[in-house]
Design a protein around this ligand. Structure first.
Ligand SMILES: Nc1ncnc2c1ncn2[C@@H]1O[C@H](COP(=O)(O)OP(=O)(O)OP(=O)(O)O)[C@@H](O)[C@H]1O
Ligand SMILES: [Mg+2]
Length: 316
């Protein structure tokens, strides 16, 4: 539904995004995750035809966003970073206005407004002036205007920014519900949000894609790293040295033990090797007691930090 190929965007001599490629399937909810200045908004402006790419191409529902802009844009609903809401209009009138300027007939708009008001849970505010709405409800109006013309592709740039926790939960649910029928790209710099809303995530950093994966498998497939926690009754230094000898072990970190002579370790090892069995053998051969051995996942936060901290670029 969305095909992005080799997109690069320069502002003057500054490359805001460099050689970005990814596809989004019909009905998929894709997260676009990156820290401030990563190039999320720039990419979204290119996807929606608001900015031309310096090179590369974008196809929406088969239409090229540059050479077939009108057809492509007909398929897109866009919630920009700052929504241009006409605050002196009522919610109802604003939605009607946005529908009309997108080429919908009066009849179509009249039928559609109650639908989007229902989807975005704006019933109570349909006759309110937008200027009177809270930030969260304005965001909903922003989403409502993005879907008024029934686009099959939705591009949402940080839809939950600045919203209180209760409304954030509802807004995320709303976005999740919009997937399925529609194809959705949602940008965020909030990690847990990605796990909650998205089936797949693209991580962007300094204008480049550093990872594309499902949130739950990002850790292992990306880094090829397994993390293990170990508790052993034995002298910490000796045990650590022994563990370091096991093939595939990259790092052994000692964590504070207790007075009962139990040593704790965090181990990072190459994924796929029979590492846990080998660690157990090593402990037993040393004549120590193995009290606990556990494989632990990496949180999205950790992955994100690792991916976006330049000292620690993932090695393949
Ligand atoms: N019109 C512009 N002219 C010059 N530089 C720009 C322009 N727009 C964006 N940039 C730069 O491009 C880079 C990417 O910006 P972009 O807005 O895409 O980041 P972002 O990932 O959306 O960040 P944020 O999380 O802060 O919204 C930044 O370094 C920004 O300063
Ligand atoms: Mg942005």
């Amino acid at each position: 539904m969305i095909q992005v190929e080799g997109v690069t965007k320069y502002f003057g001599s500054f490359p805001a995004v460099t050689n970005i490629s990814f596809n989004v399937e019909k009905g998929e909810v894709l997260g676009f995750l990156g820290p401030n200045g990563a190039g999320k908004s720039t990419t979204m402006k290119i996807l929606t035809g608001f900015l031309p790419p310096s090179s590369g191409s974008v196809r929406i529902a088969g239409y090229d966003i540059v050479s077939e802009s009108l057809e492509a844009r007909r398929h897109i609903g866009y919630l920009p970073e700052t929504v241009p809401l006409y605050t002196d209009m009522t919610v109802h009138d604003y939605l009607g206005f946005m529908g009309r300027i997108r080429g919908m007939s009066r009849k179509h708009v009249a039928r559609r407004i109650p639908e989007v008001i229902d989807i975005c849970r704006l019933e109570e505010y349909r006759s309110s002036h937008i200027s009177k709405l809270s930030k969260g409800f304005r965001q909903r109006v922003g989403i409502a205007q993005a879907i008024i013309h029934e686009p099959d592709v939705l591009v949402l740039d940080e839809p939950t920014i600045g919203i209180d926790p209760i409304q954030v939960v509802e807004t995320r649910q709303l976005i999740k519900n919009l997937g399925g029928e529609r194809t959705v790209i949602v940008s965020t710099h909030i990690l847990p949000e990605v796990s909650m809303i998205c089936e797949r995530v693209v991580i962007i950093h300094e204008g480049e894609i550093v990872a594309v994966d499902r949130p739950e498998t990002l850790a292992s497939s990306l880094r090829g790293v397994e993390r293990i926690e170990l508790e052993v009754r034995g002298p910490q230094r000796d045990v650590a040295n022994a563990l370091r000898e096991v093939e595939g072990v990259r790092e052994v970190v000692r964590t504070p033990g207790d007075a009962t002579g139990v040593s704790r370790f965090k181990i990072e090892a190459v994924l796929g090797s029979e590492i846990r069995a080998q660690l157990a053998v090593e402990v037993v051969n040393g004549g120590w007691d193995l009290l606990r051995l556990e494989s632990i996942g990496m949180s999205l936060e950790e992955i994100f930090l690792r991916l976006t901290t330049s000292e620690d670029v993932p090695s393949e």
